[in-house]
Ligand binder design. Structure first.
Ligand code: ACO
Length: 330
């Protein structure tokens, strides 16, 4: 039994100002609005400027989340950031966010779990709060995939956008309805080469050759990931519901990773949840990796779709391969 319950205090998000739509992409690679819409459900995405880095948009999202909560800046005692496109290979982007927010000395670290980064970070935050180590954890999901995009590869370059989302996971009072009920995370490293960035690490340090060969960009076998995505998100949500003696019908909102509308529809179908209960904003943001879930959830909360007391089910999958789900009463 945990010592405490953890809850979501509030959410915040931020997407950069520049918007690029499918017609703009038609000018870069051989593609069409029709292909992108029908194969992915995407129309627009937000792109950072060359000057903007992950901590810049993450700090805005974090500030929005903290301001929306009743938590004081000085009471935040841990920062966890899910990202694969941090400002630098090191130090962690969480440390830079800490500096920008003026939160001295509190621990801060990043988690690398691809698009599952936010769900992994939430799982950790929940554990820190439940075991009493932390009272208010700032959890951020941020990615700027456009900085590691191969603009000659039409299989991937049309999919990605930039964005950041954040939440404060806090210790719940006994009287609180809100609670993170349960969470599950998984990984299968045997499939790590389906989705990865080949160069820039110790396996293949940066060189003129790696840059010339575009090896600092996303390599993805989309087709093989597609099937995995539906299977793994269904498996982890199903397991989470079953072990909490809930049916999918008990869930008010499913907030899945926004990688492809067909993946989302496939998941809803397997879960037997109508699409009217699934939060989808992929047409406006594309795949923002670890930011998709907090971006979608923040938007749904601000538009009063998702309300306090609703049962929400978050689920994601990504590079690693990694996947996981969070069940909560918001
Ligand atoms: N425009 C036009 N045609 C295209 C484009 C494009 N942008 N991209 C691919 N095609 C073509 C292909 O070349 C292929 O043509 P061919 O039959 O002549 O060879 C055809 O379309 C079909 O290609 P598929 O790869 O089979 O297309 P699919 O229906 O699988 O859609 C997609 C591709 C959108 C990538 C899909 O597989 C997908 O969404 N996969 C999952 C991606 C994902 O979720 N990744 C994990 C998260 S990302 C992260 O962690 C960073």
């Amino acid at each position: 039994m945990p010592l405490h319950n953890a809850k979501f205090s509030a959410f915040g998000s931020h997407a950069p100002a520049k918007i690029v739509n499918n017609y703009d992409l038609e000018k870069i690679v051989e593609t069409s609005d029709e292909w992108i819409r029908t194969r992915t459900g995407m129309f627009e995405r937000h792109y950072c400027t060359p000057e903007e880095a992950a901590s810049d948009i993450a700090t805005i999202a974090a500030t929005n989340a903290i301001e929306a909560s009743r938590v004081k800046y000085k009471d935040i005692d841990l920062i966890i950031t899910g990202t694969v496109t941090g400002d630098h290979p090191f130090p962690s982007t969480a440390c830079i966010i800490q500096k920008k927010l003026g939160l001295k000395s509190i621990p801060a670290f990043d988690i690398s779990a691809g698009c599952t980064g936010f769900v992994y970070a939430l799982d950790m935050a929940k554990n820190y709060v439940e075991n009493g180590t932390a009272q208010n954890v700032l959890v951020v999901g941020v990615d700027i995939l456009t900085k590691i995009t191969n603009w000659t590869d039409r299989n991937t370059c049309v999919l990605f956008g930039d964005g950041a989302g954040a939440t404060v996971v806090s210790r719940a009072k006994r009287s609180d309805v809100s609670r993170i009920i349960d969470s599950l995370i998984y990984a299968d490293g045997s499939q790590s080469e389906l989705l990865f960035q080949a160069a820039g690490g110790s396996r293949m340090p940066a060189s003129h050759e790696t840059v010339d060969q575009n090896l600092h960009t996303v390599y993805m076998e989309g087709n093989r990931i597609f099937k995995n995505a539906i299977r793994s998100m269904f498996a982890s949500t199903d397991e989470l519901l079953k072990r909490n003696k809930l049916e999918a019908a008990d869930v008010d909102w499913v907030i899945p990773h926004q990688a492809n509308l067909r993946i989302i529809e496939g998941l809803a179908d397997k879960l037997r949840v109508p699409m009217s209960k699934v939060i989808v904003n992929i047409e406006k943001f594309g795949n923002t990796s670890s930011a998709t879930i907090p971006l979608a959830l923040d938007e749904a909360i601000r538009s009063k779709k998702v309300r306090r007391g609703d049962i929400i089910l978050l689920t994601s999958f990504g590079a690693g391969l990694t996947w996981g789900s969070i069940l909560a009463r918001y």
